[in-house]
Design a protein around this ligand. Structure first.
Ligand SMILES: NC(=O)c1ccc[n+]([C@@H]2O[C@H](COP(=O)([O-])OP(=O)(O)OC[C@H]3O[C@@H](n4cnc5c(N)ncnc54)[C@H](O)[C@@H]3O)[C@@H](O)[C@H]2O)c1
Length: 251
């Protein structure tokens, strides 16, 4: 049990990658705070945790809102007595398109929902961890952050921001016993991605072959990497961006 007796917080844990991370933290012995702005799917994640014999509690929170983030961390402490590890997975991509036709409103919103939210979560997670002897954080980035992404500039820029947020904050808190890393998924089979594949079958074919392993990944494959980084098995790893992508990023 890699996270025995720890308290874990996972944002965006209602579906997809976040849900797999929450379930895997629980499998590894953590009490898990499931945060999402969708209370139906968030409650389902808690039910799944409990059905596998774990401990979980749901909090409805929009993590792009500072007060909600502060309350979310307070909830973890009030419910389970602390906060040892956190994974900031919540993000919403607000569309793609050429820059010269892209609205500033959608650009700003994408930054809010993919980058500023992660910064806010870190702010309150770190505040608690600093006052309580340390902790570990994993942010979820994206391989879209690694190279030029035509027509996906807002999301790509936001996730590139997550990478430097991760490295900079790792440098800031490394001496305070707080490790901060990021996992950068390639193309992963989530409900949103499957819907996109149905809508864009031609693009889907290319994406399915993007990994050198010639397949797309599963949420569980992201979750296993996150839990490793959150655990003491990764005790000398901080400030790293780990691509979990079937080798997509080496091409
Ligand atoms: N699926 C992929 O192929 C892929 C690839 C690269 C990176 N990622 C990243 O992985 C993470 C999870 O992706 P996914 O595909 O599972 O996403 P998803 O859209 O399937 O799920 C995101 C979850 O986060 C919640 N959420 C979003 N914004 C929130 C907010 N402000 N407050 C609270 N909850 C919020 C949603 O309700 C949803 O439950 C994201 O950071 C995404 O950018 C995914």
């Amino acid at each position: 049990m890699l996270l025995k007796d720890k308290v874990a917080l996972v944002t965006g844990a209602g579906v997809g990658i976040g849900r797999a991370i929450a379930l895997t933290c629980a499998r590894e012995g953590a009490s898990v705070v499931v945060a999402d702005f969708n209370e139906v799917t968030g409650a389902e994640t808690v039910a799944l945790i409990e059905s596998q014999g774990g401990r979980g509690a749901f909090i409805k929170a929009d993590v792009s809102n500072e007060d909600a983030v502060a309350s979310m961390v307070d909830f973890a402490v009030a419910t389970y007595g602390g906060l040892h590890v956190a994974c900031n997975s919540a993000a919403v991509s607000k569309g793609s398109g050429p820059i010269h036709e892209f609205s500033k409103e959608i650009f700003d919103n994408t930054l809010d929902m993919c980058l500023t939210n992660t910064w806010l979560c870190q702010k309150y997670e770190v505040k608690h961890m600093l006052a309580n002897g340390g902790g570990n954080i994993v942010n979820i980035s994206s391989n879209a952050s690694l190279r030029g992404q035509p027509y996906n500039t807002a999301y790509a820029a936001a996730k590139a921001g997550v990478n430097l947020l991760t490295k900079s904050s790792a440098a800031e808190y490394g001496s305070k016993n707080i490790r901060i890393n990021a996992v950068s998924p390639g193309v992963i089979r989530t409900p949103g991605v499957e819907k996109y594949f149905e809508e864009q079958p031609k693009i889907a074919e290319g994406l399915k072959r993007a990994a050198v392993m010639n397949r797309i990944g599963e949420p569980q494959e992201i979750a296993e990497a996150v839990v490793f980084l959150l655990s003491d098995n990764a005790s000398f790893i901080t400030g790293q961006i780990l691509s979990v992508d079937g080798g997509q990023s080496v091409r």
